[in-house]
Design a protein around this ligand. Structure first.
Ligand SMILES: Cc1cc2nc3c(=O)[nH]c(=O)nc-3n(C[C@H](O)[C@H](O)[C@H](O)COP(=O)(O)OP(=O)(O)OC[C@H]3O[C@@H](n4cnc5c(N)ncnc54)[C@H](O)[C@@H]3O)c2cc1C
Length: 394
């Protein structure tokens, strides 16, 4: 007789698991609270649909916190495996200029989802919509809000994080795990906008404008990329990647970041340029010889005193180390991802709950962190594959 498997949740991690489970061994049922699968997957698709990232494995793995936790899953199902699998279901991908990997041009997010859904149908997965899991009965059966009850030999939770509640991933399951004596950590925003109290004149002129080709540093972590200056503060890949460091500092008050507006120049090279320039003044040199944008020059001019701006040594140093104070973090519901959820001490290396044998947790509902840019979806797909591989072997 086949063993029965219940998968709760129908997002990225669950879709991966359900595709890779061996349906000759398992009778697979998936329960999703919405009337459709992959709502957050589709939301991710709106902003570019960055499925994974092409950087080498060691660098790739180093993006995750805590570092060693996801290495086995990421090694079992690498970005290349992900691309090969996507191609096999009719979704060819390409590596963009930033090393991010996307579905080939013209392939819409909904088409990627449909291709995965087709893989689920081929794998004989029974999908039950409008099924909100609400907890366990005394006999460990699965309870749903429509008062139905399900039992299964194995149960895999893939309930997602706590942002973008509209997609169904509202984190309301946290209390049920807590009640069952499983340690959970409160959700916090990651990959989100950070609050900066800009001087008024900067916002009037530059709100919505990007700072490109910059490097941001917080504590000992540094990230190249771009950010957009907004009314709230700053958002974009260069600051998202520093979420853990900034979050830690903001929890104690404020965080300090520094921006390098000219990563390809040293302070000495900048000073040389500023002192030997034929431009009529420093502003012209910044604009025409160092190619700083109007926003970069605007920030430097607004935040430096006149004496500091005229002192070429100070000016060179500030171009390389422009300090910005972060005063807060965006609301959790607006974050691309969250940290918090099931404490990693509660699961073993196969994502099985130590206190609830035969129950597993995968995806963003576990307490790990990674920058956006393909790392989140890759981790969810890798966890789904890794767990399927483990169960198929049993
Ligand atoms: C705006 C935005 C942009 C993003 N862009 C990217 C990107 O470009 N690249 C990238 O790698 N990642 C991106 N992400 C992150 C990525 O989408 C998530 O990390 C990923 O979807 C998490 O997968 P998951 O399976 O763990 O959870 P989810 O995809 O959130 O799925 C969880 C599922 O469980 C269901 N559920 C929840 N509670 C219950 C319950 N009680 N009963 C039954 N079902 C339940 C939910 O309805 C949901 O369908 C983005 C996210 C957002 C919000």
């Amino acid at each position: 007789m086949k063993q029965t498997i219940a998968i709760i949740g129908g997002g990225a991690a669950a879709l991966s698991l359900a595709s890779f489970l061996d349906s000759t061994k398992f009778d697979i049922s998936l329960y999703e609270k919405n009337k459709a699968l992959g709502r957050k997957f589709l939301v991710a698709g709106k902003g570019g649909f960055n499925l994974t990232h092409a950087e080498p494995m060691d660098d790739f793995v180093s993006r995750y916190a805590p570092k060693p936790f996801l290495k086995p899953a990421l090694s079992a199902f690498t970005k290349d495996d992900f691309r090969v699998w996507l191609a096999s279901i009719g979704v060819p991908t390409f590596v963009g200029s930033s090393n991010r990997i996307y579905p080939e041009k013209g392939i819409k997010p909904i088409e990627v989802l449909r291709a995965i859904e087709k893989a689920l149908v081929l794998n004989k997965v029974k999908i039950h919509f409008n099924k909100t899991w609400t907890g366990w009965s005394e006999k460990e059966a699965l309870l749903f809000s429509d008062e139905t009850v399900a039992t299964s030999d194995l149960c895999i939770f893939a309930l997602g994080g706590g942002s973008w509640k509209i997609t169904g991933s509202d984190g309301s399951w946290l209390s049920e795990f807590k009640k069952a004596g499983i340690k959970t950590n409160a959700f916090e925003a990651s990959n989100c906008a950070f609050e900066v109290k800009w001087k008024g004149a900067i916002l009037d002129k530059f709100a919505g404008k990007p700072l490109k080709n910059i490097r941001i540093t917080c504590q000992d972590k540094t990230q190249k990329g771009e950010v957009v200056l907004t009314k709230f503060g700053l958002e974009g890949n260069a600051i998202y990647a520093l979420s853990p460091e900034i979050r830690k500092q903001v929890s104690k008050g404020t965080a300090q970041i520094t921006v390098d507006f000219k990563p390809t120049f040293s302070v000495e090279a900048l000073l040389e340029k500023l002192t030997t320039t034929k431009a009529k003044n420093s502003t012209d040199c910044l604009k025409h010889e160092l190619n700083l944008s109007a926003l970069q020059i605007g920030l430097i001019r607004s935040y430096l005193t006149k004496d500091e701006f005229l002192n070429k040594e100070t000016l060179s140093q500030k171009i390389k180390n422009f300090p910005i104070q972060i005063d807060g973090i965006a609301h959790i519901d607006e974050a691309i991802s969250t940290v918090g959820g099931i404490d990693l001490k509660e699961i073993n290396s196969n994502f099985e709950l130590i206190k609830k044998p035969n129950s597993y947790c995968i995806g963003e509902m576990l307490d790990w962190d990674a920058p956006t840019g393909g790392y989140l979806l890759q981790a969810c797909f890798s966890m789904g594959y890794h767990l399927a591989e483990h169960l198929n072997k049993e």
